[in-house]
Design a protein around this ligand. Structure first.
Ligand SMILES: Cc1cc2nc3c(=O)[nH]c(=O)nc-3n(C[C@H](O)[C@H](O)[C@H](O)COP(=O)(O)OP(=O)(O)OC[C@H]3O[C@@H](n4cnc5c(N)ncnc54)[C@H](O)[C@@H]3O)c2cc1C
Length: 559
């Protein structure tokens, strides 16, 4: 065996140092916001593009998003679109599958509708597709109830938000342990307040400098706000970039916008008393329930909806979604709200079930409001040399009420499209982009330009889907809501019938089409627009036929 001499070791060390110092440093990225979309972006940038990522989250360590928080106690249904991202990371997808409740499409979901009258027996759980009328009534509780004609399209996974974020944070640790690609450094309690370009390379987020900044900081995005400021262009971005006013939100009010929402926490496996003679129903976390109030008025009707989750020993959060003038918002102390609930739900035995502290918390909670249907046309900026830039993803570019069940899924798809763009691919097809072929030397700037150009129309269509897809899902009891919901239902029914009798020649309604992951949102809306055009032609044609003899030229010629 040859024992290396001192000088051999010295030369070897010198060689390695020299070679290492010649290697270009890893590109640097800053991701602002550690919600599901920000974490997904960090994983993609570090593992697939070799970036050293600094992930900044404004929440302090103590309340980091991985803990259950009644102010964000809603569930995601990660559908086939969202799974395009999760499947890029087998460990992430495995965790999701293990910790969530699988749903084979909404049509296959079962729901137990508990009648308000305590003398009525609780019916057996039934399929959401049981009847069109019932679907129209129950889809509040079950997200996107699907018409019978459209059978389950792929599998979705129900998971509470904090658990989804939790398992994604685990994937960051696993990525760093593996040591492949760039490193992800995760800082909590760091709020981004400014983003600015610099003359000499890079983008600054506060004191941090990077080649690429990704704004994943939710619907009140500070990163987007900085880009929308006219001064943001100073010192900076390339002339080809979208102008600052492109980053001002375009907003539309949908019937679900501004509905108020807050959470009442029920104990795990709570009991629902049945009619006399029947044993009580012991709830299970994996089932869907809708518990009706005895009140039916516009300002006091309520339905307690419970969606599926895996953990049968965890608190069961029920979302109270109402118009702002509902009585529950006026009662500000625990005893008053408890009395109201006991009258509204005479079947329930809330006394031993919900603590005084929880009634107090619920009464004081201000809750939150569903947003406009909104999006930013601007999605990226880059510097003149194309070496650095900023991209926006998730709620930072699009937000809408959760009735179409696409919030987190569309956000994860933004990251998939950004990944494609950074890989020189077409963001829509995932194939080699034409522009990339033409340019021998692709740059970050060119890739961001492609993300901006190809992804922006997709988001515009997503927002149209959010406006027209299922805006009456929250079954509000005001008269206007009821009338408009009936009209919306008739429209959906008409499109379904046309779809059937024309053997799929006329596409069904857009909310049904959106369940087909192979269709982009642009294709979904184009198909739905085609049906609208067809209906308009038929209606105007019929009107024309009806009035032709009286007002037509031929009628003037009549004697
Ligand atoms: C009441 C309600 C119910 C919903 N229900 C559903 C549903 O059922 N299904 C569904 O798919 N979607 C639902 N959504 C939408 C869903 O929450 C979002 O689409 C999804 O969370 C978007 O993820 P994101 O990571 O882009 O943003 P977020 O989840 O909002 O995460 C943004 C992160 O950035 C952090 N942050 C913000 N500003 C800064 C800053 N300046 N500096 C650093 N960090 C910052 C925040 O603390 C947060 O952690 C619902 C939304 C609401 C409000």
């Amino acid at each position: 065996m040859n024992i290396p001499t001192r000088s051999a070791i010295f030369l070897s060390l010198l060689f390695h140092r020299t070679v290492l110092s010649l290697q270009p440093p890893a590109p640097r990225a800053i991701v602002v916001g550690a919600g599901p979309v920000g974490i997904a972006a960090s994983l993609v940038l570090a593992s697939r593009h070799g970036y050293d990522v600094t992930l900044l989250e404004s929440s302090p360590e103590t309340s980091i998003q991985t803990k259950y928080d009644p102010t964000k106690a809603f569930l995601y249904n990660v559908n086939a679109r969202g799974q395009t991202l999760t499947k890029m990371f087998p460990n992430l997808h495995d965790k999701l599958v293990k910790r969530s409740v699988e749903s084979k499409g909404f049509a296959d979901a079962t729901i137990t509708v508990v009648p308000a009258d305590p003398n009525l027996p609780i019916p057996k759980s039934s399929k959401l597709e049981k009847s069109f009328e019932m679907r129209n009534n129950e889809n509040n509780e079950a997200g996107n109830a699907m018409p019978k004609s459209e059978k389950a399209v792929g599998v979705g996974y129900w998971i509470p938000r904090h658990e989804m974020v939790g398992l994604m944070v685990e994937c960051i640790d696993e990525h760093n342990e593996k040591g492949e690609g760039g490193k992800i450094s995760f800082y909590t309690g760091k709020e981004c307040t400014s983003v600015s370009p610099r003359d000499v390379g890079g983008v600054f987020v506060e004191v941090y400098q990077a080649d690429l900044v990704v704004g994943a900081d939710g619907m009140n995005s500070k990163v987007r706000e900085c880009l929308s400021h006219p001064r943001s262009a100073v010192g900076g971005w390339s002339l080809d970039c979208p102008k600052p006013n492109y980053f001002k939100l375009k907003k539309w009010r949908s019937p679900a916008s501004f509905l108020r929402i807050k959470v009442l926490q029920l104990p795990p496996q709570f009991e629902i008393p049945d009619a006399e003679g029947n044993p009580p129903l012991i709830t299970n976390s994996e089932n869907i329930y809708a518990i009706r109030s005895i009140y039916k008025g516009p300002r006091n009707y309520l339905s307690l909806g419970l969606l599926p989750m895996k953990n049968n020993t965890a608190v069961r959060a029920t979302n109270i979604v109402t118009r702002p003038d509902h009585e529950v918002w006026k009662l500000k102390d625990g005893i008053a709200i408890q009395t109201w609930f006991e009258k509204a739900f005479p079947r329930m035995n809330f006394n031993g079930m919900i603590s005084n502290e929880e009634w107090d918390r619920f009464a004081r909670a201000e809750g939150t409001r569903f947003p406009h249907c909104q999006y930013s046309r601007g999605m990226a900026v880059w510097d003149e040399n194309g070496d650095s830039g900023v991209a926006l993803v998730g709620d930072a570019i699009h937000a809408f009420p959760p009735d179409i069940g696409q919030g987190v899924n569309a956000g994860l798809m933004d990251v998939v499209c950004l990944d494609r763009a950074l890989s020189g691919l077409d963001t829509v097809t995932g194939k080699e982009a034409k522009s990339a072929k033409e340019n021998d030397k692709p740059s970050l700037g060119k890739n961001l330009a492609r993300y901006q150009k190809q992804h922006s129309p997709e988001i515009a269509s997503l927002i149209r889907l959010a406006r027209f897809g299922a805006p009456y899902q929250y079954r509000q009891p005001h008269r206007a809501d009821r009338i408009l919901r009936t009209l919306w239902t008739l429209n959906v029914a008409m499109r379904l019938i046309l779809n059937k009798i024309t053997f799929n020649l006329v596409p069904p309604t857009c909310i049904i089409l959106s369940q087909r992951p192979e269709l982009t949102f642009r294709q979904v809306m184009r198909k739905a627009d085609l049906t609208t055009l067809f209906l308009k032609v038929v209606v105007f044609g019929l009107i024309g036929l009806r009035f032709r003899p009286r007002f037509g030229i031929l009628s003037m010629l009549k004697p």
